[in-house]
Ligand binder design. Structure first.
Ligand code: GLC
Length: 479
């Protein structure tokens, strides 16, 4: 399967490249920059949503599943992008948002039976929404309370209604028939809930993955991840045939099994959120060892940028880690430049505070950053190493480190990772076929075994040092 050791590059279309000067990225712009993605060595791109949207959740509130937001372009633009991708040998994944629509979708007006709506005097239960507040809001059409797992403007579809399932299967076929190679499936753990809508019990102790504080007060045994989730997933699989399905399933590795029975891949959020310390990373990797189909990802449009989560000193190590793990890895646009949380615009856009993880790409050092000739919708991102143009010419840049690591990723075996013991507590070492990867996450130099250094995160030409500096890592060929 082409994705078994693929590197997939996530494009957040509104911040990637603007072609028409309106300050928002678009499909024509993205197509123009695909040669850059190919130059990284990636095998595929995943495009975050470009459906018509009212931007309550910037594309994840879909007004029409079988259309393109005119701000992003036309079907001709999409076809041109697909053709350009094919020319460059890149596959294209789209984002499918099966769990909810926008409150402005015509289904919400016309097909209340497509949603979870209850006409009760009080909200039907105690469930909390992912971004805080109740999951129930008063229906604007006077039909009672409607369920929404995310923002109130994102009413949840009722996946227990066979007509909903059939409608979403049509959507899957619509895009795959157009030549898309696969789908990233949004928020899948929310697809199906307890049909009796029973209360979630209070949670004791911290949640296994970070959650909004209010959401974290409950143990979500009923409001998501229903035991019969497989029926919804099987329907998506039936429509997708053998195209790639990647699930965004916000659960610990141990709970991904039922999803991976139907999907090809599911992101590991346990590694994503692991404390950047050897023991925590090791535990997150070990817990995925028995789960083939885990896709590795350390960054996306929903959480703080890597320098702000793992610390600037560890950013190059994070790249080495991500790209030396077995299987498929996802890189979020801008990470290859070392982009950090960006400046907010004069007006906050996302109510959940995610603007700073979505700033436009800093392509060049000039006004509009080479992203737009107009006024960018958010201020362009910045990276300590400078723009893509500057970094391209610097062999020691983050950009060129990513290129070396993506090339290495393609040489490593698709499966198998064996931990190698190291005397220092904050060193993580693992064997991958003939290669050994050693990451010194600590603040002191550590001894390094001999071997040919294939890639080092240290600046400067590779040497054969006897010690590994703090916050430095290497891939060594031992065979
Ligand atoms: C996913 C998306 C996120 C969105 C949410 C609701 O987690 O990545 O951006 O807000 O789903 O659709």
């Amino acid at each position: 399967m082409w994705w078994e050791r693929a590197v997939v590059y996530q494009i957040y279309p509104r911040s990637f490249q603007d072609a028409d000067g309106d300050g928002l990225g678009d499909l024509r712009g993205a197509a123009r920059r695909l040669d850059y993605v190919a130059s990284l060595g990636a095998q595929a791109v995943w495009l975050s949503p470009f459906y018509p949207s009212s931007d309550y959740d910037f594309g994840y509130d879909v007004d029409d599943f079988c259309a393109i937001d005119p701000r992003f372009g036309t079907f001709d633009d999409l076809d041109a992008l697909l053709a350009e991708a094919r020319r460059l040998g890149l596959r294209v994944l789209m984002d499918l948002v099966p769990c909810h629509t926008s409150i402005d979708h015509r289904w919400f007006r016309e097909r209340p039976d497509f949603y979870v709506i209850r006409d009760t005097p009080e909200p039907p239960n105690n469930w909390r929404a992912a971004f805080g507040g109740s999951t129930w809001s008063r229906d604007p059409y006077g039909r009672g309370w409607y369920l929404h797992s995310f923002y109130p403007e994102q009413p949840d579809l009722d996946w227990r209604n066979p007509e909903v399932v059939a409608a979403m299967q049509d959507v899957v076929r619509f895009w795959l028939d157009r030549g898309v190679d696969g789908l990233r499936l949004d928020a899948l753990d929310r697809l199906m809930k307890d049909p009796e809508l029973r209360d979630d019990p209070p949670r004791h102790g911290p949640p296994p993955l970070p959650l909004h504080p209010e959401h974290a007060t409950l143990d979500h045994v009923h409001s998501r991840n229903a035991p019969d989730i497989g029926t919804g997933l099987a329907a998506l699989r039936a429509a997708a045939g053998d195209r790639l399905l990647v699930g965004e399933v916000y659960l610990p590795n141990a709970e991904l099994g039922p999803y991976l029975r139907h999907l090809d891949l599911a992101f590991s959020f346990e590694l994503y959120h692991a404390r950047f310390h050897a023991e925590a990373i090791r535990a997150a990797l070990a817990s995925a060892a028995d789960t083939p189909g885990v896709a590795w990802v350390l960054s996306n449009h929903d959480f703080r940028r890597l320098p702000n989560r793992v610390g600037p000193a560890n950013v190059r190590l994070a790249a080495l880690l991500l790209l030396t793990l077995p299987g498929c890895a996802f890189v979020y646009q801008g990470d290859e430049l070392g982009v950090s949380d960006g400046p907010e615009g004069p007006l906050p856009r996302d109510r959940h505070g995610r603007d700073g993880f979505r700033n436009p790409m800093p392509w060049e050092n000039r006004s509009g950053a080479g992203f737009t000739t107009g006024k960018p919708w958010l201020p362009p991102a910045t990276a300590p190493g400078g723009s893509a143009a500057v970094q391209g010419g610097d062999p020691g840049s983050m950009l060129n480190l990513y290129r070396r690591l993506i090339a290495l990723h393609g040489e490593l075996p698709t499966s198998g990772l064996e931990f190698v013991d190291h005397s220092e507590p904050n060193v993580l070492a693992y064997r991958r076929g003939e290669h050994v990867v050693v990451l010194n996450l600590g603040d002191a130099p550590v001894p390094l075994r001999a071997g040919e250094i294939v890639v080092s995160t240290a600046h400067g030409p590779p040497t054969e040092p006897k010690t590994l500096s703090p916050h430095t890592g290497v891939d060594i060929r031992t065979g």
